[in-house]
Ligand binder design. Structure first.
Ligand code: FAD
Length: 484
């Protein structure tokens, strides 16, 4: 192979547009060897969960197809990253490896190590941006520290920011010699088979860059203008649903920013809905900045006093929560939506997470782990930051004593009960006035709706008032610094 061939090592950047590392590799001249490595051991406890593995398979198939259309091949290898990269350098004689920066603790450590070890052997190992809008090091307080509160972070972020210009997808990538072997994606067996639970996921999503672009286009033309009102409604598709595409890097945050900002110009400049959407993209940036600053965030509370929180240990309650059998319809609807589609509405995530950590007093890390396994948009930074936010132990968190009432939340954000009816079909025939508290409905109403509490739908597993009081007592212990 020619000297100037470059390995582009793909990770959470499974796209060809708006890809600075790929653009630079093409510019360098010579063929591009597109490589993806599945290295479960490197991520340890945070290796990809089940739903993400399904998504990854589909996304790699799409990327492979797009690369083949440009005359090249996507090389797939599984195992230890450093050994694989070294072997491929030996096999191909390339002199440069280009990669998009990552921010997971294991990834940053690995990048440093590779940078040193390849640097010593004369191979250029170069990192590029593209996963975020702004690098975590760019935004600092006046004292030079990282932001820990979102509002000043957002103010600093927004100031004079405009997204970088779009980068076109390369037209040709040059062929890769047959001698460079690739695994077959089907041999990785990432998608579930026995049983195959992915039917609902396949129905709900189209993984891959094209699917991501369509999702963005539809959202900007149909959903964005109503985002301010629509985003909290549980039943309506009021949000973009771009999260799995962003998590796998099938679309860049810059492309999302540009599309929304352009729509803003078309609607007389700076309308509220657009600004709210841009702010959500910045929450993602904030989560990444926190993870970069606090690599322990997925495993440990950022507020030290929460290390002493007297979390409960009930595996029965955890199972009921996971299966959507808590007896609180809005919580159960969210958890079942998650199981069926790999996604849960943001409002439902907040309600379900609050219920786990406050009503059931179960550790936020057990919810985080379940979400990690079941979400198609599982994202280490966003997942950890949001769980800590809801649990009250994060850097800029909701106060622990703010405890959602699941009945009132249901009535406010699903007033007609449509979300519950969609995901908890056994309550389908209940009138809207009763659907968020079926245990309180009168006998005739329940009979007419075919609901037998305790038989085909559970009694609430905890009483709201009692649970609230218990949570506040537990929190008092933390505040006063008592253990256990
Ligand atoms: P939109 O409302 O259309 O927002 C656009 C994009 O902005 C999203 O795709 C996402 O990238 C970003 N965004 C929106 N809200 C947030 C937020 N609160 N924090 C960080 N970024 C945000 N999001 C994930 O991407 N992965 C996760 O693993 C994840 N886990 C979560 C766990 C809990 C307990 C909670 C409360 C929230 C979690 N979120 C997570 C954040 C949020 O729920 C999702 O990003 C959002 O629901 C995705 O839907 P959307 O793409 O339609 O969002």
């Amino acid at each position: 192979m020619t000297e100037s061939a470059t390995i582009v090592w793909f990770r959470n950047d499974l796209r060809l547009h708006d890809h600075p590392a790929l653009t630079a590799a093409v510019k360098r001249g010579g063929p591009v060897i597109a490589l993806f490595i599945l290295d479960d051991a490197a991520a340890g406890r945070w290796k990809l969960g089940g739903a993400s593995r399904w998504w990854l398979t589909k996304s790699l198939e799409a990327l492979s197809h797009d690369i083949a259309q440009r005359g090249a091949r996507l090389i797939l290898r599984r195992g230890d990253t450093e050994s694989i990269l070294k072997r491929l350098v030996d096999e191909s004689g390339v002199t440069a490896i280009y990669v998009t920066r990552s921010y997971e603790p294991w990834a940053t450590g690995m990048e440093e190590k590779l940078h040193k070890s390849f640097g010593g052997s004369g191979v250029v190992f170069k990192r590029f941006g593209g996963r975020l809008l702004r690098e975590p090091e760019d935004l600092r307080t006046s004292s030079g520290a990282a932001y820990q509160v979102f509002t000043p972070f957002w103010r600093a972020f927004r100031k004079e920011f405009s997204a970088p210009k779009a980068l076109a997808a390369p037209r040709h990538l040059g062929s890769v010699p047959d001698a460079i072997a690739s695994d077959d994606i089907s041999d990785w067996k990432l998608a579930p088979t026995k049983p195959d639970w992915s039917g609902g996921l396949a129905e709900a999503w189209r993984p891959g860059e094209r699917g991501a672009q369509l999702r963005l286009k539809n959202f900007v033309s149909e959903g964005l203008a109503n985002y301010d009102d629509g985003r909290d409604r549980l039943y309506a598709e009021g949000t973009s649903r771009l999260s799995p595409h962003l998590a796998f890097g099938e679309i860049s945050p810059a492309a999302c920013w540009r599309a929304a900002a352009e729509a803003s110009h078309q609607t007389h400049g700076g309308d509220g809905a657009v600004e709210t959407f841009l702010k959500e993209l910045a929450w993602r940036e904030f989560s990444y900045a926190l993870l970069f600053q606090f690599p322990q965030m997925p495993d440990e509370p950022l507020r030290d006093e929460f290390a002493a929180f007297p979390w409960a240990k009930s595996s029965a309650n955890l199972k009921e929560w996971q299966r959507g059998l808590t007896g609180y319809p809005v919580v159960d609807a969210g958890m079942r939506e998650l199981w069926a589609t790999g996604y849960m509405h943001n409002r439902a995530r907040m309600i379900a997470a609050s219920f786990l950590t406050k009503h059931l007093l179960l550790p936020w890390t057990s919810g985080e782990a379940w979400f990690w396994d079941t979400l198609v948009d599982a994202d280490l930074a966003n997942n950890a930051a949001n769980w800590q936010w809801v649990a009250g132990c994060g850097a800029d968190a909701a106060p622990y004593f703010r405890i959602f009432n699941p009945v009132l939340q249901g009535e406010k954000f699903d007033p007609d009960g449509d979300y519950v009816r969609r995901w908890v079909p056994e309550l389908q025939r209940l009138p809207s006035a009763d659907i968020h508290k079926p245990w309180a409905a009168d006998a005739t109403t329940l009979k007419r709706a075919g609901v037998v509490i305790g038989k085909n739908y559970p009694f609430p597993i905890v009483d709201h008032k009692e649970a609230r009081a218990r949570a506040l007592t537990a929190y008092d212990r933390v505040k006063s610094g008592k253990r256990g």
